[in-house]
Design a protein around this ligand. Structure first.
Ligand SMILES: [Zn+2]
Length: 424
């Protein structure tokens, strides 16, 4: 054995405990969910349907059962879809869709050329400046302003706001990174969001093109499975993670959503695989819920809590997993301060296992799928990892840049926590 082989062997042995998790399978799950065929898991090219069918197949392969007849819980939501890749050309310079600019999620269709009208920021403090500014013709203008002014514009008197909606297009400049979302309605005028650094100085004219389709009743589905408990099958632990993301804008732009939330979905599938092994059979039943349309405003989880598949009162505890791709700076427990006893249990287990540098706690927040359950009185934590990547709600949230720093440790902590909850 040469020295290199010996070192390799030592490395493999010493790093084995932290790698008990099958990280290559985790990577593969995330890569699959973020692949071009799933197109951002929402709203165009059947991205969400393909992701749902993949998750169902994984549940089935692990031997999990549906609750009732189907793994799917279908529901409908209104959604605005950007069906073609948008175009934006300030003074003849073609910006790159996805990286330089995006159509705002709520944008209606619109195309053409317009003269650029930079927003006069004096309008917010000076009434004369405001009346002068709003007295001009907006109809052939593209209004350009920075993101920080968007909320202020919404507070202007309604006559001014109507005038704003007469503009041919709005271009909102984002200071650091693009950040988009999913909209359940359409705004009045076409809106683009461009990176301030990609927008040239002193632009005179702009050419633009966006095609949107407002779908009042888009069908999507939650994917839900269960492993029956061996001792107390009527008591449930529930793991939830949303599998949807922001979808895409035509063929050429999609949002992979690696951290948000392929990472949490991968954790959900790892937990499903773990508990389906005979040696890990839980005392309580464990339900696994992959929610759709979280990005559209927690639509899938709200729908579930209004149409539960078993009484919500049977849920002893719920753990929601969203944004688990880092962990360099530890873990956040939303609702930690609402359930101090469970939070203490969690931090004790973390110390004993030496898993994460810290677990922070915060109060109630309507920021992910635990929230509709919390509001119905179901005890729940929402975990997200801290530190690492900052790519969020844009095309840069890709698997290659996701460190998964503490993924195996978070898995261990979750299974320790679930075990402790079942012995109470
Ligand atoms: Zn998100």
């Amino acid at each position: 054995m040469n020295q290199q082989t010996l070192l390799l062997l030592l490395f493999l042995i010493t790093s084995f405990p932290a790698r008990a998790q099958d990280m290559s399978r985790v990577r593969q799950t995330i890569d699959t969910l973020c692949s071009p065929t799933m197109h951002g898991r929402g709203y165009i090219f059947e991205g969400d349907t393909k992701a749902a069918s993949y998750i169902r197949a994984r549940f089935e392969a692990a031997g999990l059962q549906p609750i009732g007849f189907s793994y799917y819980q279908p529901f409908f939501l209104p959604v605005n879809r950007i069906t073609h890749t948008p175009q934006l050309q300030p003074d003849g310079k073609r910006l790159n869709p996805g990286t330089d600019f995006v159509a705002q999620a709520a944008s209606p269709s619109g195309q053409g050329k317009a003269k650029v009208l930079p927003l006069d920021t004096l309008i917010f403090t000076d009434a004369t400046a405001a009346s002068r500014f709003f007295n001009q013709d907006f109809q052939n203008k593209a209004l350009v302003y920075s993101r920080q002014h968007q909320p202020l514009l919404q507070k202007l008197p309604s006559a001014y706001q109507q005038q704003l909606q007469r503009a041919k297009a709005h271009i909102v400049l984002q200071p650091k990174a693009l950040m988009t979302s999913v909209a359940r309605q359409q705004s009045g005028a076409p809106v683009f969001e461009a990176l301030a650094t990609a927008w040239p100085n002193k632009v005179k004219k702009v050419k633009f093109d966006v095609t949107a389709n407002f779908e009042p009743a888009y069908q999507t589905q939650n994917v839900i499975a269960v492993i029956e408990g061996s001792i107390e099958p009527d008591s449930f632990l529930v793991f939830t993670a949303h599998y949807d993301h922001l979808g895409g804008q035509g063929k050429d732009v999609y949002f992979p959503g690696a951290n948000d939330n392929a990472s949490g979905t991968a954790m959900l599938l790892e937990l499903a695989a773990h508990y389906s092994k005979p040696e890990n059979k839980p005392a309580y039943s464990i339900a696994f819920m992959a929610f759709a349309a979280e990005e559209a405003g927690l639509v899938g989880s709200f729908f579930y809590t209004q149409n539960p598949l078993f009484p919500l009162s049977q849920i002893k505890f719920l753990v929601n997993l969203d944004l688990l791709g880092t962990g360099d700076d530890g873990l956040m427990a939303v609702n930690g301060s609402i359930h101090p006893e469970e939070f203490r249990l969690l931090t004790d287990l973390n110390k004993a296992g030496n898993y994460l540098p810290q677990i922070r706690s915060r109060g109630k927040a309507a920021n992910s799928d635990h929230y509709p359950f919390s509001e119905k009185g179901v005890p729940a934590f929402f975990f997200y990892t801290l530190g690492g990547t900052t790519a969020y709600h844009n095309v840069h949230d890709r698997p290659e840049q996701l460190p998964l720093t503490r993924f195996p440790e978070v898995f261990k902590l979750l299974t320790d926590f679930a075990a402790a909850l079942q012995t109470e």
